[in-house]
Design a protein around this ligand. Structure first.
Ligand SMILES: [Zn+2]
Length: 466
């Protein structure tokens, strides 16, 4: 197969994703930093620093001016836009805890809460119900053109992030572009894909929503979890609420989940006989369930260089057990014949629009440093230097509809350069943990809990054993 130049490769990608790109005359500094650069992970450090500062400073000024909640918060800290004069001042920008995005009241007050954290003008929102449910409030906003998505944690509280269509488009474009730039020259439009997540068109769960762009970047996409998933089901699954699945529902779910894994295997069988490139995208847990089933059946495929897996959302496979990513890559090679450099993991979260992607050479998570600044904080929320473990925080220039200056519940270690490849920007070490006391969450964990009761762990008699 003929290899496109990087320039032609990215041009083809932009052609497929043109509906995500606003007219250039309209670009904010973050959009310039995203739409204008060729490979986002190979931008020379000096110019990246200039772009990053412009993007974050613009976002800070925008939220300060158009979001009274955030402005008041900044004023408490005595920080306003004139204090942010150069890149060295970025760390002064007041950070919001990710807990803040979980502290929403029920009913109509929830709508007021969303309006309060939203930056800029909201469209007219119509809520017909007098006592609207969580999902009904979100649907009312989304019917008016917003893309509000949520993610659930084991505490039972949902993290809600109000994206406008523009911020959502930037985020989607950046996610896909990050992954395909890292996979150069493996991507092409006429590939076949399997989405190991809920159908993005049938859910407001972020785990699903975030993958909408996959349908524009790839010609043919199958979806593993194609049913509607209402908010209360995700919440119950995540918080282990009692009576989550009455026996009959559980039984039906179990059958449908076994069929789900069988359908994916059937799709692999079909593509074994074609010469199309294939790519699976989604929760590591589901890819693992497929590989585990193949292994139990003593079968293997040999896709070689024409297949890849892009995972995201966390590596928990069973309750209390993580699958090391290296073990996952070994299994992919053993059962599918997929080479380790074609198994890439993406680290991102519902609160942000920056995507940290594995480099194929070393599987370190590279930060998109032209518009997004990652930081590592100590227990007093003071920035630490490179090489130290601490809490991950970020300044996100691409969040235009809510202040994306956020302290997360994840523990990370950031390095100034990748120890393996020659891309110039900073990286996170691939092993990311939840900080103690933080509830367990993540898109992969949501998917795992929605289906895992039915697929079974190592010590369970599952319907999947052969
Ligand atoms: Zn690297």
């Amino acid at each position: 197969m003929e290899t496109l130049s990087l320039e032609a490769y990215l041009k083809e990608f932009d052609f497929r994703l043109q509906k995500y790109i606003p007219p250039p005359s309209d670009w904010t500094p973050a959009e310039q930093a995203i739409f204008q650069v060729p490979d986002p992970y190979r931008v020379e450090l000096d110019s990246a620093k200039t772009m990053q500062f412009a993007a974050i400073r613009y976002a800070f000024q925008r939220h300060f001016e158009h979001n009274s909640m955030y402005r008041n918060f900044c004023l408490e800290y005595g920080i306003s836009p004139p204090d942010i004069c150069g890149p060295e001042d970025l760390e002064k920008i007041p950070l919001i805890s990710d807990h803040f995005f979980k502290e929403h009241p029920p009913g109509r007050d929830f709508a007021a809460w969303i309006a309060n954290i939203f930056t800029g003008e909201l469209p007219r929102i119509t809520i017909r119900q007098t006592q609207p449910s969580f999902e009904e409030v979100i649907q009312a906003f989304n019917a008016a053109g917003l893309v509000i998505a949520y993610s659930s944690g084991t505490s039972g509280r949902q993290t809600v992030i109000p994206r406008d269509r523009r911020t959502y488009n930037i985020s989607e474009y950046a996610a896909a572009r990050s992954a395909i730039a890292m996979s150069y020259p493996q991507w092409q439009y006429n590939m076949s894909g399997y989405l190991l997540m809920p159908n993005p068109f049938k859910t407001n769960v972020y785990a699903g929503k975030v993958c909408q762009v996959y349908f524009d970047a790839i010609e043919k996409v199958n979806v593993a979890i194609d049913r509607q998933i209402p908010a209360h089901i995700v919440r119950m699954a995540m918080s282990n609420e009692k009576g989550f699945q009455p026996t009959l529902i559980r039984f039906i779910n179990r059958l449908s989940n076994i069929r789900m894994i069988d359908r994916i295997i059937h799709w692999l069988e079909m593509h074994e006989k074609t010469d199309r490139r294939i790519i699976m995208v989604g929760a590591p847990f589901l890819a693992w369930a497929v590989m585990n089933r193949l292994q139990k059946q003593g079968r293997r495929f040999d896709f070689g260089q024409r297949a890849g897996i892009v995972t995201g959302g966390g590596w928990k496979i069973y309750e209390g057990q993580r699958l090391p990513a290296a073990e996952f890559r070994r299994l992919a090679q053993e059962t599918l014949g997929i080479q380790p450099e074609y198994c890439l993991d993406v680290y991102g979260m519902v609160e942000g629009n920056g995507w940290m992607v594995h480099c194929p050479e070393g599987h370190y998570l590279h930060l998109p440093y032209t518009y997004y600044k990652g930081m590592v904080l100590d227990n007093n929320y003071k920035p630490l230097s490179y090489g130290e473990w601490g809490r991950f925080a970020f300044l996100d220039g691409a969040a235009l509809s809510y202040p994306g200056f956020i302290i997360t519940g994840d523990m990370v270690r950031m390095l100034e350069h990748c120890p393996v490849c020659d891309r110039p920007g900073p990286v996170l070490e691939p092993e990311i943990r939840r900080a103690s006391g933080e509830d367990m969450r993540g898109c992969g964990e949501e998917v795992r809990r929605m289906v895992s009761a039915d697929i079974g762990g190592p010590n369970e008699q599952s319907g999947l054993s052969t």
